[in-house]
Ligand binder design. Structure first.
Ligand code: FEO
Length: 404
C-alpha cells in the first residue's frame, strides 16, 4: 500500500503485515501494521521506523514523497523491535540526520546498534522541535509501555503520534477509524482495542490514568491520534481515550468467562451446568477451552468479563499444565477488579483447585470460595452442585460489579 496523507503534510509511510499470526507469542488473527509517519516541512522529519522485514516498504513509501536523503530529523518514540529495527537502513540513506529519543531510549538503542556515528539528541517532556511551519512537542510516557516510550505531538495540526498506545493489531486496507468501521464494524474495532489493551497494557492502568491526565493538563487539543499499529483515529479520537480511561478504571462487562481445560472431558462436563446456572442468574457467559484457544484470546475474554471461573483437572496433584500456563501469563499482566473462582475434576488426591486459588490470591483477585471439585466424572448430583456453583458465582459477580 502506498502513502496516505493523515493531515496537512503528515503522511503514513508504514507497512502492512497481512500474514503475522504470532507476534512474540501474542496471536494476531487479523495481522497488523507498523505505522510510521513522514512530516513534510522545511526540515523533513520521520517519526518511527518499521519492523526490519518491512524496511523496503517504508523506504518505497518515503521515496514516493521525497528522497530519503532529505530527511533531517528522525524521532524514535519507542525502541521495541517492531518499530526501531529499520533505523540502520534509514540512517544509511540519511547519515547526517539527527535522532530524537528519550534518555532511556538512547540507552536501549546503544545496545542494539553502533550509534557512535549518529547524531542523537535526548529529549524529555515539554521539549519542542521546530521543523519549519510545524512544531513537535515530545511527551515521555515511561512504561506505556516500555521505559523508553514517548509520544510526539504536532502542535499546529493537533496530531498525536502515540506509538503503541491506542493501537490495535489489524491489517486492513483501511487506514482510518471511519474507513474501518465502514468496511468492518465499530464492534470489531473496539474489540481489537480491548484485545490490545488486555494483552499489552493491562498492567499499566494507573499509569495510563496519570499520563492521560498529564496530557490533559498540558491543554493539548487532539484531533487525530496516530498510533504505531492499526488504524488512525481521525473521526473520533475521544472514543479510544475514553475506552482507555474506562478500562484503566476497572470497567468490565457484567458477565462471566469460563476458562478451562480438560483431560478426559470430566472438567469439560462440569462447564455445562455451571454455565446454565450463570445464565439462569441473568448473566451472559463465554466458555473458552484453553487448548483450543490462543492464549491472547483467552486473556482478552478474561479481561472483558467481571468474573472468571477457571476449570482445571488435577494432574499429578497440581493444575493442568495449560491452565497453569494461562494463570502464570495472567499474573504477569497484574489483573485488577475481577472476581475469580475455580472448579475441576480429580481422580486420586486432587490439588488443582487449591492451587488455582493460591494463584488468584497471589494476583490479589477477589475470590469466590470454596471452589468445586468432582471425583472422576460428574454424577447427576454433582451436576446439580455445578449448577448451584454457577448460580452462586453469578450472584457474587453481580454484587461485586456494583462497586464499579
Ligand atoms: Fe509495537 Fe511496543 O511495540
Amino acid at each position: 500500500m502506498g502513502t496516505v496523507e493523515v493531515r496537512n503534510g503528515i503522511y503514513w509511510v508504514g507497512a502492512i503485515d497481512w500474514g503475522v499470526r504470532d507476534f512474540h507469542g501474542y496471536i494476531t488473527p487479523s495481522g497488523t501494521t507498523y505505522n510510521n509517519y513522514l512530516i513534510m516541512d522545511k526540515e523533513i522529519t520521520l517519526v518511527d521506523t518499521v519492523k526490519h522485514d518491512f524496511y523496503e516498504s517504508t523506504i518505497r513509501n518515503i521515496r514516493a514523497i521525497t528522497d530519503p536523503a532529505e530527511i533531517k530529523h528522525v524521532v524514535i518514540n519507542h525502541i521495541e523491535n517492531d518499530h526501531v529495527t529499520s533505523i540502520g537502513e534509514i540512517m544509511h540513506f540519511t547519515p547526517k540526520a539527527t535522532i530524537y529519543i528519550t534518555e532511556k531510549g538512547k540507552k536501549g538503542l546503544d545496545r542494539f546498534y553502533d550509534t557512535s556515528k549518529w547524531n542523537i539528541k535526548t529529549v524529555k517532556t515539554g521539549d519542542t522541535l521546530s521543523i519549519g511551519s510545524k512544531t513537535l512537542l515530545f511527551i515521555e510516557t515511561p512504561m506505556l509501555h516500555w521505559p523508553d516510550s514517548m509520544m510526539t505531538y504536532v502542535k499546529e495540526d493537533k496530531v498525536l503520534i502515540s506509538q503503541d498506545a491506542f493501537g490495535q493489531h489489524i491489517a486492513s486496507s483501511a487506514r482510518f477509524d471511519d474507513e474501518l468501521i465502514d468496511c468492518e464494524s465499530l464492534t470489531f474495532l473496539e474489540d481489537s482495542v480491548i484485545d490490545y489493551y488486555a494483552n499489552i497494557l493491562m498492567p499499566f492502568g494507573q499509569l495510563i490514568k496519570a499520563k492521560v491526565s498529564d496530557i490533559q493538563k498540558l491543554g493539548l487539543e487532539i484531533e487525530v491520534i496516530a498510533p504505531d499499529h492499526g488504524i488512525i483515529w481521525r473521526r473520533d479520537p475521544g472514543r479510544v481515550i475514553k475506552m482507555y480511561l474506562d478500562m484503566a478504571s476497572g470497567k468490565a462487562n457484567e458477565s462471566v468467562a469460563i476458562i478451562y481445560d480438560t483431560m478426559w472431558h470430566s472438567t469439560e462436563a462440569m462447564t455445562i451446568p455451571i454455565m446454565e446456572g450463570i445464565k439462569d442468574e441473568g448473566l451472559t457467559c463465554r466458555v473458552i477451552k484453553l487448548r483450543a484457544t490462543p492464549m491472547s484470546m483467552a486473556i482478552k475474554e478474561f479481561w472483558k468479563a467481571r468474573g472468571a471461573l477457571i476449570g482445571t483437572p488435577t494432574l499429578n496433584n497440581i493444575m493442568y499444565p495449560s491452565v497453569a500456563e494461562f494463570l502464570t501469563h495472567l499474573r504477569g499482566l497484574r489483573p485488577k477488579n475481577r472476581v475469580a473462582g475455580a472448579f475441576g475434576s480429580y481422580g486420586w488426591g486432587g490439588g488443582a483447585v487449591k492451587e488455582a486459588y493460591e494463584e488468584f490470591k497471589r494476583m490479589g483477585l477477589e475470590t469466590f470460595e470454596p471452589g468445586l471439585q468432582v471425583l472422576y466424572r460428574p454424577s447427576r448430583d454433582d451436576e446439580t452442585k455445578c449448577y448451584d456453583f454457577g448460580r452462586d458465582f453469578a450472584k457474587k459477580v453481580k454484587e461485586y460489579h456494583k462497586k464499579f
